[in-house]
Design a protein around this ligand. Sequence first.
Ligand code: ADP
Ligand code: GLC
Length: 503
Amino acid sequence: MQILQVSAEYFPLLKTGGLADVAGALPQALRPLGCEVRPLLPGFAAMLDGLAEPVEVGRCLTPWGQPLRLLRGWLREPASGPQAASSITSPASTGIQAYVVESAELYLRPGGPYETPDKQPHADNQRRFAALCWVAARLAEGFDPSWRPDLVHGHDWHAGLVPAYLAAAGSRVPCLFTVHNLAYQGLFPRADYEGLGLPAQWFQMEGLEFYGQLSFMKAGLYYADRLSTVSPSYAREIQSPEFGCGLDGLLRQRQGVLSGILNGIDDRVWNPLHDPHLPVNYGSDSLELRAGNKAALQAELGLEVRPELPLFTVVSRLTEQKGLPLVLAGCDALVRQGAQLLVLGSGDSALEAAFAAKAAQYPGRVAVRLGYDEALSHRIFGGGDVTLVPSRFEPCGLTQIYGLAYGCLPLVRRVGGLADTVTDADLVTLDEGQASGVVFDRMEQGDFDHAVRRMLALYRRPADWRQVQQTGMRQPLHWGDAAARYQALYRAMLPIATLAGGR
Ligand code: ADP
Ligand code: GLC
């Protein structure tokens, strides 16, 4: 089976969140199942750098006259070792072939993949991601004479126009569209629709129009053959007005083709037994070794190096979604009860300033690193005691799964993928060996503070604590199951003739 995977991010080349982790893991995870997944990526500098032995597949003009060059090459292996961070230094190939859409004008500029250096969306984002989607449809129709996908799998709004372009071209190649976060929709003024090369009459409610605007997300949800999202709970939640971001009606209409497949984590990158970022490697049978990581982490961040203090941690984008005001407001009580707090994150300026102020107020007890630091994030899961994820909504969430895999117990809100991955510790679940963290229900300070107290009580019972750590670490969190589910979904979408042909 040959799959073209379309995404704006790809770990380890370019990452702003979990989308990159998933896009980077799926091609490898699906390979043993007989799926050849080739990523198609926008030509950001990091993507071009990550492509070994690039060859030109062809040149073309977008519907609005933008010249593009399509490159094909081999993705490089991530560098290993403590300096690896997200930089690519190893020349070795991953054995994964990928396509990159090259256009200096569209993709090579200061700032992040979506925003300018001062955090404003790039003014031509509709064209930057429409170009990616348009090339996907060209590839489905044979633009690369040496390889043609049986199916296209698009991720998040950046790939939302893929099924629209396929439909406009009359393509018979099926498309799966996966929602990683419905809250980011790719909305643009009506005028931006002109020139994108899609039928004018599709700009309507039964199409890709959303309250007078062009919605890439809605295009994906409307035109794709099948839809998926990244946890069973989120698949249900987005069909309700509370979580549907205005698209719940359409999602209810399409519920027959919508599935929820829980993300896995990439064992090559996230395994404390061989994680090169950790001062000390350990496993579920050698948890006592974590103490070395905790002491190193406390020292590195300027926290008091005291093994007995429970170390609560946050690794997160600092946005509305993540429920971090609860952590801020709960910080005083946390410190009063003898805990430490370590936050690694970047995003919303007000949240950044508020966390920095807490660090200033509690030297030695609260430490904050503003910015993005892949290597430090590994050291945090490998040395911290608790991973806090009190999200308002969470399609899947990966940090709580890293917390489970590393014995850094998750404290999460019962929502989306958090509810699907963490089992609350109570007397019954402890007794039955099912408890893997602490889960609270309502987005209220009292509920969060109580969850912190329950976590602290568990910490004071070292045998139970260790058992909960081991339960999480011994769970099958890796991609195996999820990859098999994607494969089954792909198979269900393909015509029998393609499957019979052995692809
Ligand atoms: P989301 O995609 O909504 O941000 P996830 O939990 O799915 O949430 O994924 C977040 C990913 O980004 C994880 O791999 C997490 O470790 C990483 N991450 C988030 N913020 C930072 C940061 N400041 N530094 C390093 N890694 C980060
Ligand atoms: C999104 C979601 C997150 C999910 C990630 C990967 O960024 O916010 O919950 O884990 O995508 O699917």
